[in-house]
Design a protein. Structure first.
Ligand SMILES: *Cc1c(COP(=O)(O)O)cnc(C)c1O
Length: 403
């Protein structure tokens, strides 16, 4: 019998932040109080009329929502099968979906009377979106970033500084995302009264996976309505790329109780045999990272494995606990696209539609292109999570113009 998902979002996670066997809060005792404070404030504030109205107004007048759903007719024709539609999250202010939860987190901070937003960033995308929210709300912003990433992601470092954020270099360990997370948590622990920690995806200890999903759910709510308006029905297939999983949860959450088939796409990088990938759901085992339980790419000791993807926003060894749960229940299917398929989708979308996608989003487009051929007819809705401006130099220097 098909499972009923009509009350799923209200009932998931449970009161302790469990999504089935995943999620929870595996945190040092000093963090229990601050996490509880954020959770309780969120439950109260997010239901208040004033908060909902203010967030709605920000979405419309500042972010540029609703973003359109677009029928990619030339791409569909080129594939020769199902019709492909794109939810244009690339058209958000700052160029990606991350602003959806950063504005929510900033507004929550304001209602809680906090003065400072603290977070880590890897490639700098979350840092830029959060620095934008901080500027909008007139809050201080402190972004922790590994020294290796600071050297690699110069334009995003410049953006964060222009937006008024303080970028804190992290110089221990591998000097990348994992160390930046530790550093940001330490800074937050020193000052939980005036600061709030703002996570970058549907990951971390309870309540973050729920809170970020809820702030991203606007993507799915809009897309479902827009798609029905355009076609008179629901998409046969919906899909999104999965790093931590926030843009995917945003889209998927609105369709869980529908007949639509749902596919999350993870980066297969240079292929399964090389180990150079970040396909957590396909090759990982349950484990604990950054305060929560999920599928995890790990070594024999349970330490997170080094991961790789051509799209730096997808190279995380864990994944949101809700995705882990939805995989086990069978409601969502998870698959992969490798670097080569991603680049092919990137160049094809540029040429057929005049849209330059983020390399992250191109993984979902790659899957849709393959699936469209298999399906022969029907419809596929893709979450185009971001635009590719940040990736242009990398792509052209290493792969030319795709000729
Ligand atoms: C960060 C990012 C992602 C991956 O994050 P999720 O939480 O999995 O959505 C995907 N697309 C873009 C454009 C990003 O910047």
């Amino acid at each position: 019998m098909k499972k009923d998902y009509s009350n799923y979002l209200q009932n998931t996670p449970d009161a302790d932040g469990n999504f089935g066997n995943y999620g929870g809060a595996f945190i040092p005792p000093q963090l229990t109080g601050p996490m509880k404070e954020i959770h309780e404030a969120y439950l109260k504030i997010s239901r208040s009329h004033r908060f909902i109205e203010e967030l709605r107004s920000i979405r419309k007048h500042y972010q540029g929502r609703p973003t359109p759903v677009y029928h990619a007719a030339r791409l569909s024709e080129k594939c020769g099968g199902a019709q492909i539609y794109l939810k244009r999250e690339d058209l958000n202010h700052t160029g990606a979906h991350k602003i959806n939860h950063c504005m929510g987190e900033g507004l929550l901070a304001k209602y809680m009377g906090k003065k400072k937003l603290i977070a880590e960033t890897g490639a700098g995308q979350h840092g830029v979106a959060l620095a934008t929210a901080a500027a909008y709300f007139g809050l201080e912003c402190e972004i922790h970033m590994g020294e290796v990433d600071i050297a690699k992601e110069h334009p995003n470092v410049v953006r964060m500084k222009l937006l008024g954020a303080k970028v804190v270099p992290v110089s221990h360990g591998l000097k990348t995302l994992k160390e930046a997370v530790d550093s940001a948590f330490q800074a937050y622990l020193k000052d939980p009264q005036t600061a709030i920690y703002c996570i970058g995806s549907v990951v971390g200890p309870h309540p973050f996976p729920m809170l970020v999903r809820d702030f991203q759910s606007v993507v799915g709510i809009e897309a479902r309505e827009q798609f029905q308006e355009m076609t008179g029905g629901l998409p046969d297939v919906i899909t999104a790329c999965v790093g931590g999983g926030s843009n995917a949860m945003g889209l998927f959450s609105a369709f869980l109780n529908d007949p639509s088939e749902i596919w999350g796409v993870e980066p297969l990088g240079r292929g399964p045999k090389t180990g150079d990938h970040a396909a957590t759901m396909s090759y990982g085992m349950p484990g604990i990272i950054h305060g929560f339980k999920c599928y995890l790419l790990q070594d024999e000791k349970g330490e997170p494995s080094p991961v790789y993807s051509i799209a730096s926003g997808l190279d995380y060894p864990g994944v949101g606990p809700e995705h882990s749960h939805l995989k086990d229940t069978g409601r969502v299917h998870y698959t992969t696209a490798d670097d080569k398929a991603c680049l092919n989708a990137f160049f094809t979308l540029c040429r057929t539609e005049g849209i330059i996608p983020a390399l992250e989003s191109a993984h979902a487009v790659a899957f849709a292109m393959k699936k469209a051929v298999e399906m022969k007819s029907g419809t596929i809705l893709v979450n185009l999570s971001g635009r590719g401006d940040k990736d242009l130099d990398f792509v052209v220097d290493n792969h030319g113009y795709g000729d």
